[in-house]
Design a protein around this ligand. Structure first.
Ligand code: 164
Ligand code: MG
Length: 326
Protein backbone atom coordinates (compact mmCIF):
# COMPACT_ATOMS: atom_id res chain seq x y z
CA UNK A 1 0.00 0.00 0.00
CA UNK A 2 1.80 3.09 -1.24
CA UNK A 3 0.93 6.08 0.95
CA UNK A 4 -0.01 9.44 -0.54
CA UNK A 5 0.39 12.35 1.88
CA UNK A 6 -2.09 15.13 1.16
CA UNK A 7 -2.21 18.73 2.38
CA UNK A 8 -5.33 20.73 1.53
CA UNK A 9 -6.16 24.29 2.66
CA UNK A 10 -9.54 24.89 4.33
CA UNK A 11 -11.95 27.55 3.11
CA UNK A 12 -12.23 28.85 6.66
CA UNK A 13 -10.61 28.17 10.01
CA UNK A 14 -12.22 25.14 11.68
CA UNK A 15 -11.36 23.62 15.10
CA UNK A 16 -8.28 25.82 15.13
CA UNK A 17 -6.79 24.55 11.86
CA UNK A 18 -6.50 26.11 8.41
CA UNK A 19 -5.17 23.08 6.46
CA UNK A 20 -6.14 19.41 6.49
CA UNK A 21 -3.42 16.84 6.14
CA UNK A 22 -3.32 13.07 6.17
CA UNK A 23 -2.49 9.94 4.22
CA UNK A 24 -4.40 8.10 1.52
CA UNK A 25 -3.64 4.42 0.99
CA UNK A 26 -4.75 2.23 -1.86
CA UNK A 27 -5.46 -1.31 -0.65
CA UNK A 28 -6.81 -4.42 -2.34
CA UNK A 29 -10.45 -3.31 -1.82
CA UNK A 30 -10.01 0.40 -2.45
CA UNK A 31 -8.69 3.71 -1.17
CA UNK A 32 -8.58 4.56 2.50
CA UNK A 33 -7.85 7.71 4.49
CA UNK A 34 -5.81 8.05 7.67
CA UNK A 35 -5.92 11.57 9.04
CA UNK A 36 -5.78 11.73 12.84
CA UNK A 37 -5.51 15.35 13.96
CA UNK A 38 -1.85 16.36 14.37
CA UNK A 39 -1.99 16.73 18.17
CA UNK A 40 -3.35 13.18 18.72
CA UNK A 41 -0.81 10.74 20.11
CA UNK A 42 0.14 7.42 18.52
CA UNK A 43 -2.16 5.31 20.70
CA UNK A 44 -5.19 7.44 19.89
CA UNK A 45 -4.23 7.48 16.21
CA UNK A 46 -4.16 3.68 16.09
CA UNK A 47 -7.97 3.34 16.00
CA UNK A 48 -7.96 5.80 13.06
CA UNK A 49 -5.58 3.39 11.33
CA UNK A 50 -7.88 0.41 12.04
CA UNK A 51 -10.56 2.32 10.15
CA UNK A 52 -8.20 2.86 7.20
CA UNK A 53 -7.27 -0.80 7.20
CA UNK A 54 -10.95 -1.75 7.07
CA UNK A 55 -11.57 0.58 4.13
CA UNK A 56 -8.50 -0.68 2.24
CA UNK A 57 -9.08 -4.39 2.76
CA UNK A 58 -12.83 -5.06 3.05
CA UNK A 59 -16.06 -4.16 1.25
CA UNK A 60 -18.60 -1.88 2.95
CA UNK A 61 -21.45 -3.54 4.82
CA UNK A 62 -24.69 -3.78 2.86
CA UNK A 63 -26.25 -0.37 2.22
CA UNK A 64 -29.90 -0.04 3.25
CA UNK A 65 -30.40 3.33 1.53
CA UNK A 66 -29.01 5.03 -1.58
CA UNK A 67 -28.60 8.53 -0.17
CA UNK A 68 -28.15 10.07 3.27
CA UNK A 69 -29.34 13.45 4.62
CA UNK A 70 -26.65 15.79 5.91
CA UNK A 71 -26.44 18.95 7.99
CA UNK A 72 -24.78 22.16 6.85
CA UNK A 73 -21.73 22.82 8.98
CA UNK A 74 -21.41 26.34 10.36
CA UNK A 75 -18.01 27.23 11.84
CA UNK A 76 -17.66 30.11 14.31
CA UNK A 77 -18.40 32.76 11.68
CA UNK A 78 -20.10 36.17 11.96
CA UNK A 79 -23.90 35.94 11.51
CA UNK A 80 -24.03 37.05 7.85
CA UNK A 81 -21.34 34.57 6.79
CA UNK A 82 -23.00 31.80 8.81
CA UNK A 83 -26.31 32.52 7.11
CA UNK A 84 -24.67 32.53 3.66
CA UNK A 85 -23.09 29.11 4.30
CA UNK A 86 -26.39 27.56 5.29
CA UNK A 87 -28.19 29.13 2.31
CA UNK A 88 -25.55 27.81 -0.10
CA UNK A 89 -25.62 24.30 1.39
CA UNK A 90 -29.21 23.46 0.41
CA UNK A 91 -29.55 21.62 3.75
CA UNK A 92 -32.59 21.93 6.02
CA UNK A 93 -30.52 21.02 9.09
CA UNK A 94 -27.50 23.03 10.26
CA UNK A 95 -24.90 22.40 12.92
CA UNK A 96 -23.66 25.63 14.44
CA UNK A 97 -20.38 25.82 16.33
CA UNK A 98 -20.70 27.63 19.66
CA UNK A 99 -18.52 28.32 22.72
CA UNK A 100 -15.54 29.11 20.48
CA UNK A 101 -12.57 30.41 22.45
CA UNK A 102 -12.45 34.21 22.42
CA UNK A 103 -16.17 34.55 21.66
CA UNK A 104 -19.15 35.34 23.87
CA UNK A 105 -22.61 33.85 24.34
CA UNK A 106 -23.95 36.88 22.47
CA UNK A 107 -21.87 35.81 19.44
CA UNK A 108 -23.41 32.34 19.66
CA UNK A 109 -26.93 33.72 19.96
CA UNK A 110 -26.43 36.03 16.97
CA UNK A 111 -25.08 33.16 14.86
CA UNK A 112 -27.90 30.78 15.79
CA UNK A 113 -30.50 33.51 15.21
CA UNK A 114 -29.10 34.18 11.72
CA UNK A 115 -29.21 30.48 10.87
CA UNK A 116 -32.79 30.16 12.15
CA UNK A 117 -33.75 33.06 9.91
CA UNK A 118 -32.42 31.20 6.85
CA UNK A 119 -33.90 27.80 7.75
CA UNK A 120 -37.32 29.03 8.81
CA UNK A 121 -39.30 27.34 11.54
CA UNK A 122 -39.21 23.87 9.96
CA UNK A 123 -35.41 23.67 9.67
CA UNK A 124 -33.38 21.96 12.36
CA UNK A 125 -30.53 23.53 14.28
CA UNK A 126 -28.04 21.66 16.43
CA UNK A 127 -25.18 23.35 18.25
CA UNK A 128 -21.74 21.92 19.06
CA UNK A 129 -19.74 23.40 21.95
CA UNK A 130 -16.84 20.91 21.82
CA UNK A 131 -16.86 20.78 25.60
CA UNK A 132 -16.28 24.53 25.83
CA UNK A 133 -18.74 25.23 28.69
CA UNK A 134 -18.71 24.23 32.32
CA UNK A 135 -21.98 22.96 33.80
CA UNK A 136 -23.25 26.38 34.82
CA UNK A 137 -22.30 28.07 31.53
CA UNK A 138 -23.90 25.22 29.58
CA UNK A 139 -27.17 25.46 31.50
CA UNK A 140 -27.27 29.24 30.93
CA UNK A 141 -26.29 29.07 27.26
CA UNK A 142 -28.73 26.29 26.40
CA UNK A 143 -31.55 28.12 28.19
CA UNK A 144 -30.76 31.22 26.07
CA UNK A 145 -30.48 29.28 22.82
CA UNK A 146 -33.47 26.98 23.38
CA UNK A 147 -36.07 29.54 22.18
CA UNK A 148 -34.47 29.36 18.70
CA UNK A 149 -35.43 25.67 18.65
CA UNK A 150 -32.54 23.23 19.11
CA UNK A 151 -32.57 19.68 17.82
CA UNK A 152 -29.79 18.94 20.35
CA UNK A 153 -26.68 20.35 21.99
CA UNK A 154 -23.50 18.40 21.16
CA UNK A 155 -20.81 17.96 23.82
CA UNK A 156 -21.77 21.08 25.82
CA UNK A 157 -19.37 20.11 28.65
CA UNK A 158 -16.16 18.15 28.59
CA UNK A 159 -16.70 15.26 30.98
CA UNK A 160 -19.35 12.58 31.27
CA UNK A 161 -20.34 13.57 34.82
CA UNK A 162 -21.06 17.16 33.77
CA UNK A 163 -23.11 15.97 30.79
CA UNK A 164 -25.18 13.75 33.09
CA UNK A 165 -25.63 16.59 35.60
CA UNK A 166 -26.59 18.99 32.80
CA UNK A 167 -29.31 16.64 31.60
CA UNK A 168 -30.75 16.58 35.11
CA UNK A 169 -30.57 20.39 35.44
CA UNK A 170 -32.23 20.99 32.06
CA UNK A 171 -34.97 18.51 32.80
CA UNK A 172 -35.62 20.06 36.26
CA UNK A 173 -35.93 23.48 34.55
CA UNK A 174 -38.26 22.12 31.87
CA UNK A 175 -35.78 22.83 29.03
CA UNK A 176 -36.34 20.11 26.45
CA UNK A 177 -33.00 20.18 24.61
CA UNK A 178 -31.46 16.71 24.11
CA UNK A 179 -27.75 16.25 24.79
CA UNK A 180 -25.45 14.54 22.28
CA UNK A 181 -22.05 13.08 23.15
CA UNK A 182 -19.16 13.32 20.69
CA UNK A 183 -15.71 13.57 22.34
CA UNK A 184 -17.08 11.62 25.34
CA UNK A 185 -17.51 8.68 22.96
CA UNK A 186 -14.76 9.04 20.37
CA UNK A 187 -11.97 10.05 22.76
CA UNK A 188 -13.03 7.95 25.74
CA UNK A 189 -11.33 4.82 27.00
CA UNK A 190 -14.82 3.38 27.48
CA UNK A 191 -17.39 4.75 25.01
CA UNK A 192 -20.20 3.00 26.92
CA UNK A 193 -19.75 5.17 30.00
CA UNK A 194 -21.97 7.78 28.37
CA UNK A 195 -24.82 5.27 28.30
CA UNK A 196 -24.17 3.91 31.79
CA UNK A 197 -23.99 7.40 33.35
CA UNK A 198 -27.15 8.60 31.59
CA UNK A 199 -25.01 11.36 30.06
CA UNK A 200 -26.57 11.66 26.59
CA UNK A 201 -29.72 11.24 24.54
CA UNK A 202 -27.86 10.94 21.22
CA UNK A 203 -24.51 9.43 20.25
CA UNK A 204 -22.26 11.06 17.65
CA UNK A 205 -20.31 8.36 15.79
CA UNK A 206 -17.21 9.11 13.69
CA UNK A 207 -15.73 6.24 11.72
CA UNK A 208 -12.00 7.04 11.88
CA UNK A 209 -11.67 7.77 15.62
CA UNK A 210 -13.88 4.82 16.50
CA UNK A 211 -11.92 2.31 14.44
CA UNK A 212 -14.10 1.61 11.42
CA UNK A 213 -17.60 1.23 10.04
CA UNK A 214 -18.22 -2.21 11.55
CA UNK A 215 -17.02 -1.09 14.96
CA UNK A 216 -19.45 1.86 14.78
CA UNK A 217 -22.32 -0.44 13.79
CA UNK A 218 -21.60 -2.61 16.84
CA UNK A 219 -21.30 0.45 19.07
CA UNK A 220 -24.61 1.86 17.80
CA UNK A 221 -26.27 -1.42 18.75
CA UNK A 222 -24.87 -1.62 22.27
CA UNK A 223 -25.32 2.09 22.99
CA UNK A 224 -29.02 1.66 22.28
CA UNK A 225 -29.61 5.37 21.56
CA UNK A 226 -30.18 7.31 18.33
CA UNK A 227 -26.92 8.01 16.53
CA UNK A 228 -25.67 10.80 14.30
CA UNK A 229 -22.92 9.84 11.86
CA UNK A 230 -20.39 12.63 11.55
CA UNK A 231 -17.09 13.27 9.78
CA UNK A 232 -13.61 13.94 11.07
CA UNK A 233 -13.13 16.62 8.43
CA UNK A 234 -11.95 14.21 5.76
CA UNK A 235 -11.44 14.26 2.00
CA UNK A 236 -14.07 12.43 -0.05
CA UNK A 237 -12.14 9.20 0.57
CA UNK A 238 -12.66 9.40 4.33
CA UNK A 239 -16.18 10.80 3.97
CA UNK A 240 -17.15 7.72 1.96
CA UNK A 241 -16.64 5.59 5.08
CA UNK A 242 -19.06 7.83 7.00
CA UNK A 243 -21.56 7.48 4.17
CA UNK A 244 -21.12 3.69 4.30
CA UNK A 245 -21.92 3.73 8.02
CA UNK A 246 -24.96 5.98 7.56
CA UNK A 247 -26.16 3.75 4.73
CA UNK A 248 -25.83 0.56 6.77
CA UNK A 249 -27.42 1.67 10.06
CA UNK A 250 -30.76 -0.04 10.70
CA UNK A 251 -32.35 3.34 11.44
CA UNK A 252 -31.21 6.84 10.57
CA UNK A 253 -33.40 9.48 12.18
CA UNK A 254 -31.03 12.44 12.06
CA UNK A 255 -29.12 14.24 9.32
CA UNK A 256 -25.45 13.24 9.25
CA UNK A 257 -22.50 15.58 9.89
CA UNK A 258 -20.92 14.66 6.57
CA UNK A 259 -21.13 17.98 4.75
CA UNK A 260 -17.57 18.95 5.67
CA UNK A 261 -16.15 18.43 2.18
CA UNK A 262 -17.34 21.98 1.54
CA UNK A 263 -14.75 23.20 4.06
CA UNK A 264 -11.87 21.90 1.89
CA UNK A 265 -10.52 24.04 -0.94
CA UNK A 266 -9.66 20.94 -2.98
CA UNK A 267 -10.36 17.21 -2.96
CA UNK A 268 -8.94 14.01 -4.38
CA UNK A 269 -11.78 12.33 -6.28
CA UNK A 270 -13.13 13.00 -9.76
CA UNK A 271 -16.53 13.84 -8.24
CA UNK A 272 -16.09 15.19 -4.70
CA UNK A 273 -18.69 14.13 -2.11
CA UNK A 274 -20.73 17.31 -1.77
CA UNK A 275 -24.34 17.68 -0.66
CA UNK A 276 -27.09 18.18 -3.24
CA UNK A 277 -30.40 19.34 -1.82
CA UNK A 278 -29.08 18.36 1.60
CA UNK A 279 -28.18 14.79 0.66
CA UNK A 280 -25.10 12.75 -0.22
CA UNK A 281 -25.29 9.80 -2.61
CA UNK A 282 -24.21 6.34 -1.42
CA UNK A 283 -21.79 5.81 -4.29
CA UNK A 284 -18.24 4.74 -4.87
CA UNK A 285 -15.65 7.25 -6.02
CA UNK A 286 -12.75 7.38 -8.41
CA UNK A 287 -9.52 8.92 -7.16
CA UNK A 288 -8.23 11.53 -9.59
CA UNK A 289 -4.46 11.22 -10.29
CA UNK A 290 -4.23 14.92 -11.14
CA UNK A 291 -5.87 15.83 -7.85
CA UNK A 292 -3.35 13.63 -6.05
CA UNK A 293 -0.55 15.65 -7.63
CA UNK A 294 -2.27 18.94 -6.83
CA UNK A 295 -2.84 18.05 -3.19
CA UNK A 296 0.54 16.40 -2.56
CA UNK A 297 2.19 17.58 0.65
CA UNK A 298 5.67 19.10 0.55
CA UNK A 299 8.62 16.94 1.62
CA UNK A 300 8.74 18.05 5.25
CA UNK A 301 5.04 17.47 5.83
CA UNK A 302 5.20 14.13 3.97
CA UNK A 303 8.16 12.93 6.07
CA UNK A 304 6.36 13.83 9.30
CA UNK A 305 3.26 11.84 8.26
CA UNK A 306 5.17 8.82 6.93
CA UNK A 307 7.17 8.60 10.14
CA UNK A 308 3.94 8.86 12.14
CA UNK A 309 2.36 6.13 10.01
CA UNK A 310 5.32 3.80 10.57
CA UNK A 311 5.13 4.28 14.34
CA UNK A 312 1.37 3.80 14.54
CA UNK A 313 1.32 0.83 12.13
CA UNK A 314 3.85 -0.87 14.42
CA UNK A 315 1.18 -0.74 17.16
CA UNK A 316 -1.29 -2.75 15.06
CA UNK A 317 -0.59 -6.49 15.02
CA UNK A 318 -2.92 -6.87 12.03
CA UNK A 319 -1.06 -4.30 9.88
CA UNK A 320 0.11 -6.20 6.76
CA UNK A 321 3.80 -5.26 6.84
CA UNK A 322 5.76 -2.12 7.54
CA UNK A 323 7.83 -2.61 4.42
CA UNK A 324 4.62 -2.14 2.40
CA UNK A 325 4.55 1.44 3.57
CA UNK A 326 7.44 2.79 1.57
O1 164 B 1 -20.67 17.17 12.52
C1 164 B 1 -20.52 17.90 11.53
O2 164 B 1 -21.46 18.42 10.93
C2 164 B 1 -19.16 18.17 10.97
C3 164 B 1 -18.02 17.56 11.66
C4 164 B 1 -17.54 18.33 12.84
O3 164 B 1 -18.21 19.22 13.31
C5 164 B 1 -16.29 18.01 13.42
C6 164 B 1 -15.41 17.25 12.74
C7 164 B 1 -14.12 17.02 13.23
C8 164 B 1 -13.73 17.53 14.42
C9 164 B 1 -14.60 18.24 15.29
O4 164 B 1 -14.07 19.36 15.91
C10 164 B 1 -15.99 18.54 14.78
C11 164 B 1 -16.92 18.04 15.88
O5 164 B 1 -16.61 18.27 17.04
O6 164 B 1 -17.93 17.41 15.66
MG1 MG C 1 -18.60 17.52 17.84
Amino acid sequence: MRPHVFDIPLTTRFRGITRRQGILLEGPRGWAEWSPFPEYDDIESASWLCAALEAATTDWPRALRDEVPVNAIVPALPPAAAAARVRASGCSTAKVKVAERGETLEDDIARVAAVREVLGKDGRIRVDANGGWDLQQAATAIAELAPFGLEYAEQPCQDVESLAALRRVLSARGIAVPIAADESIRRAGDPLRVRDAGAADIAILKVQPLGGVRRCLELAEVLGMPVVVSSALETSVGLRAGVALAAALPSLDHACGLETGSLLLDDVTTVPLRARHGRLPVEDFVVDPEALLRTRADDDVALWWLERLRRVAALLPQWPSTKDLT
